[in-house]
Design a protein around this ligand. Structure first.
Ligand SMILES: [Zn+2]
Length: 497
């Protein structure tokens, strides 16, 4: 198998990429999909289980009404049809984290189908068609112990936690997306970002990619340029950040082109994404639907949402994302570039929250895009996962506005926030970051600067006031950037003119 990658531009010269995205959303219901067990994250392993979610003989599942309501609202927000009648199905396979040996899912009767979402990339709109959004349950979680990597290879034994088994999931599946050319990686990223924002606006999930409450599987295939024939696809599983969605598409495009260019064929398989190295590796051969022996779940009644209920839920939908972006851009006075940049960084919601918490739009943008986006990128995480909150940003800016901090010191406060050192005020106190405007300390530093730079001092005495900048710089250096620059300037002029 060829492992030389083809350069991105060369891929596009010979092939058209096609994408398919499957996004799993973990709902934030209080109880599980088919039983009353709590769903709280981080509980003692196997403390939130019962005969139903452990699949014990004789246990009878009951559908969670709130989960159905969330599924319908997601479907409506994605412009889907809502089924008048649909059933659950058993997807049969064995895996230790799934004690029933089948997953209760939906097969040919999804609750929502035939929708779409428009995705903006650099001012161009791509319509992503939604094939279906269906309800299913999550599996348990395996923990492989004894190996260096936490993976099953090299482990001495494995533990299983069933707390997650039975938590409601919605799987949203697109139709193949074509016609993107070089923008395919960006379309994939923008789709997941927009979908996440929509889920947050609906309030149906925590929507944290870093915690797995949104998980994306990325399907990619290449077809010979202009042929319109879809190639064999691979499915890269559980890509857990927006940036990784983009990187995974880019990597698979280059890898597919290399395999095809060597005259070999693409194997239809699942692949694992490796965040650290930015590559995918072979998983298992992809099973076809018939391998799962789907059949309708006999223990659950069909779901038949009345049209009145569906229309009632339609009335609870949040503003459509495209309209919302246009409204916010106008309200905030952002240029097209500023708005696109904000959306592309996955920072729209956090900027909005920061503005709602009291920051001006340009201040919110400045810190999240100028400072946090860079740091998030370096750390390979989303801006929202850095540990800095909108309230922190508002407080740091207030300290700048009242003269306690300048921008340089503010950046050091953000260093402290990222390192988990406490609140902005605690960090200012602990690191001794506040600007010094006490005349005693400043005056001594000004005297030192004058003594060390007699030629500059003479220029100022001769009336070249602009030369004061050099002395201010000296004082700032001596005081590690913590001097009140305005007061330093006044003192220099008092002493020399
Ligand atoms: Zn249970």
């Amino acid at each position: 198998m060829s492992d030389t990658l083809v350069a991105f531009d060369d891929v596009l010269a010979s092939y058209d990429p096609a994408l398919g995205l499957e996004v799993h959303v973990e709902l934030n219901t209080n109880s599980k999909m088919f039983c009353g067990c709590p769903t709280e994250f981080g509980a003692e392993p196997n403390s939130q289980v019962c005969p139903t979610c452990l699949g014990l003989p004789g246990a009878m599942p009951v559908v969670n009404r709130v989960a159905v309501e969330s599924a319908i609202r997601i479907g409506l927000a994605l412009n889907c049809e809502i089924a008048e009648w649909c059933r659950f199905a058993r997807k049969n396979y064995f895996y230790p984290d799934m004690p029933k040996n089948f997953q209760t899912s939906q097969y040919d009767e999804p609750i929502a189908f035939d929708g779409w979402m428009d995705v903006d990339v650099d001012g161009e709109t791509f319509r992503v068609e939604i094939e279906r959004a269906h309800m299913e349950e999550d599996t348990g979680k395996s923990l492989h112990v004894g190996g260096a990597t936490g993976r099953i290879h090299g482990a001495s034994h494995s533990l299983v936690d069933y707390n997650r088994a039975g938590i409601p999931l919605i799987e949203i599946v697109t139709r193949p997306i074509t016609g993107m050319g070089a923008k395919a990686p960006d379309v994939a990223k923008a789709y997941v970002a927009q979908l996440r924002d929509l889920i947050v606006a609906l309030g149906v999930s925590d929507a944290r990619m870093d915690q797995g409450s949104i998980r994306a599987d990325v399907n990619l295939s290449l077809s010979p340029k202009g042929s319109g024939v879809l190639g064999t696809r691979t499915e890269t599983k559980n890509v857990n950040s927006l940036r990784s969605v983009e990187r995974a598409v880019r990597y698979e495009m280059s890898r597919h082109a290399a395999v095809l260019g060597a005259g070999e064929t693409i194997l239809q398989e699942t692949r694992h994404w490796h965040e650290d190295t930015g590559v995918t590796t072979s998983g298992r051969e992809k099973s076809d639907a018939e391998d799962y022996r789907y059949f309708p779940e006999p223990d659950l009644v069909p779901v038949a949402p009345s049209r009145e209920w569906v229309e009632e839920l339609r009335g609870t939908l949040p503003e459509n994302p495209t309209q919302k972006r246009a409204r916010l851009q106008a309200e905030w006075g952002f240029s097209d570039f500023e708005m696109r940049d904000t959306v592309a960084a996955g920072a729209l919601l956090i900027v909005e929250e920061t503005i709602n918490a009291g920051a001006t739009p340009q201040v919110a943008r400045k810190w999240w895009l100028g400072e946090m986006a860079r740091r998030a990128n370096e750390a390979g995480v989303e801006v929202g996962a850095l540990g800095v909150t909108p309230a922190h940003v508002v407080r740091v800016q207030a300290l700048v506005d009242e003269g306690t901090l300048n921008d340089k010191l503010a950046r050091q406060v953000f260093d402290g926030l990222l390192a988990g050192e406490g609140t902005p005020d605690e960090i200012v106190a602990a690191r001794g970051l506040a600007i010094v405007s006490d005349d005693g300390a400043l005056s001594a530093a000004v005297d030192n600067a004058i003594a060390a730079n007699p030629d500059v001092a003479d220029k100022i005495r001769d009336g070249k006031v602009a030369a004061a900048g050099a002395l201010i710089g000296e004082v700032m250096k001596e005081m590690r950037g913590q001097a009140d620059a305005g007061r330093v300037r006044e003192l220099i002029l008092e002493k020399l003119t």
